[in-house]
Design a protein around this ligand. Structure first.
Ligand SMILES: Nc1ncnc2c1ncn2[C@@H]1O[C@H](COP(=O)(O)OP(=O)(O)OP(=O)(O)O)[C@@H](O)[C@H]1O
Ligand code: SF4
Ligand SMILES: [Mg+2]
Length: 359
């Protein structure tokens, strides 16, 4: 039998169902872009993101500060103010949610998609009791009222490790510590029994012990419920611990994506390599830290071609001419670099045994 070439698309399509069943997709971003208004005209901040997440999968999003990690997900759920223009699609179980009316989208936020942000004060209402806030979510998203809502609110507080739940339900956010408020936010995010939890730096503001407890809690809940997770972090250690797959963002684009172990073991994009090389090791031989020289370009001063070129030791003239697309670098690994042949040949700095955060 003669196999069709890749140019014989109809033949390939006919073969695909027999060779591999397409895996179901929970959430997909397709050519998703975000443009902010600027003093001198529109400023593209997120520049054509393609990502997908299978049901129950945990995807980590990493990158230095200002790469567009938060804006991508806030814009995908239409949580940014007026004047922000998005394009492309955000499909939840196949349905493009960017086209939904606000009322329908607000049922998805806090319902099928739970959200946790770094700063609990941005999500908790300071003048409402914790119990009132929890029961409001239970009423909106699960139709629970009265005793049933009260029982479920108590169960949720208990589930996130808040002792003395009946008393706590009557308290206000200012009566809780930072770590406790973070637990309340998780309880609120879980109240709608989401299929997907989007957690943006959920532990950055917390001390190390509380951080470990919150991460254990998220891991346990995922195990129990099979909920998908998008974990946004500048701490690659946290992501490595919790996520099946990682997407690396730079200057509003995904520059590399792979299974976590592959990304740590054989990073192919020079930016990913730079991030990993910049991490300190606690054990293993001492070596000089090599932070990536330079900074992430501001969205209104994006260099032409590959945005990483001004910081990249492998840059050549062509890199400044065209924006590299995400190319297949290895099985299930894609990287947006014109010099993948060279990065395949050159050994990367070993991923540190103990991973941490980069700036
Ligand atoms: N409301 C806004 N108007 C204009 N520009 C914005 C706005 N919000 C964010 N930006 C810009 O968009 C870019 C991406 O910001 P974003 O908050 O997504 O970064 P991030 O990767 O989440 O960084 P961090 O790790 O610091 O949270 C930054 O250059 C930021 O200055
Ligand atoms: S495309 Fe060029 S500048 Fe960009 S990461 Fe690859 S080698 Fe470096
Ligand atoms: Mg952010």
């Amino acid at each position: 039998m003669t196999l069709p070439t890749t140019s014989d698309r109809s033949g390939v399509a006919a073969l695909l169902p027999a060779m591999q069943a397409p895996s179901p997709t929970l959430l997909a971003l397709d050519s998703f872009s975000v443009v902010f208004p600027g003093a001198n005209g529109p400023v593209p901040v997120v520049r054509g993101i393609d990502l997908s997440l299978a049901p129950g999968e945990a995807l980590g999003i990493v990158g230095e500060s200002g790469c567009g990690k938060s804006v991508t997900w806030l814009a995908a759920l239409r949580l940014l103010g007026r004047g922000v223009v998005t394009s492309g699609e955000v499909r939840l179980a196949g349905e493009d949610i960017t086209r939904l009316p606000e009322r329908a989208l607000s049922r998805i936020r806090g319902g099928r998609i739970g959200l946790i942000f770094q700063d609990p004060t941005s999500s908790l209402n300071p003048v409402q009791r914790i119990g009132t806030q929890l029961m409001e979510v239970l009423r909106l998203h699960r139709g629970l009222r009265g005793d049933a809502a009260q029982r479920e609110a108590l169960r949720l507080l208990d589930r996130v490790g808040i002792a003395d739940a009946p008393r706590r339900l009557r308290q206000y956010p200012h009566e809780f510590s930072g770590g406790m408020n973070q637990r309340v936010m998780i309880a609120l995010a879980l109240a709608g029994e989401p299929e997907l939890l989007i957690a943006d730096e959920p532990t950055t503001a917390l001390d190390a012990t509380i951080q470990a407890q919150i991460l254990d809690l998220i891991r346990d809940i995922r195990r129990e419920s099979g909920m998908g997770l998008v974990l946004i972090s500048h701490d690659i250690g946290v992501v490595a611990d919790l996520c099946d797959r990682v997407a690396v963002m730079y200057a509003g684009r995904i520059v590399e994506t792979a299974a976590t172990q592959d990304l740590l073991g054989r990073p192919r994009h020079p930016y990913t390599r730079g991030l990993l090389a910049a991490l300190p090791t606690l054990d293993g031989p001492r070596r000089r830290l090599t932070p990536i020289a330079g900074t992430v370009p501001a969205p209104d001063r994006m260099p032409p071609g590959c945005a990483f070129a001004p910081r990249c030791s492998l840059a050549i003239d062509e890199c400044r001419g065209e924006t590299p697309p995400l190319l297949l670098a290895a099985q299930d690994q894609r990287a947006a670099c014109l010099r993948l042949a060279e990065t395949a040949a050159a050994p990367a700095a070993q991923a540190p045994a103990s991973l941490g955060a980069f700036a």
